[in-house]
Design a protein around this ligand. Structure first.
Ligand SMILES: [Zn+2]
Length: 84
């Protein structure tokens, strides 16, 4: 499923990096990534931390999305309760 957060550049970059990623360990969980796995273009610098971060590596879709969701909820929790 296409992620509406990212544009065509993101999709293109994913297509470029995908072939070289097969058979290499996922940067998030360390398990080998297979052509049959659902793979995403991920970010070395998480998108939740830097909205200008560019996707630069392939990771399992499940690893990428759960890490993103976890980080987002952590950031919400530590958000200051008032504006200075
Ligand atoms: Zn993984």
């Amino acid at each position: 499923m296409a992620d509406p957060t990212y544009g065509i550049e993101h999709q293109k970059r994913r297509e470029e990096l995908l072939p070289a990623a097969y058979g290499t360990p996922c940067p998030r969980c360390g398990d080998v990534m297979l052509a049959s796995d659902d793979l995403d273009l991920g970010h070395t610098i998480d998108h939740a931390l830097d909205s200008h971060a560019v996707g630069d590596r392939i990771e399992h879709a499940s690893c990428n999305r759960s890490a993103g969701a976890k980080l987002k909820s952590t950031l919400e929790r530590y958000k200051p309760s008032r504006i200075w």
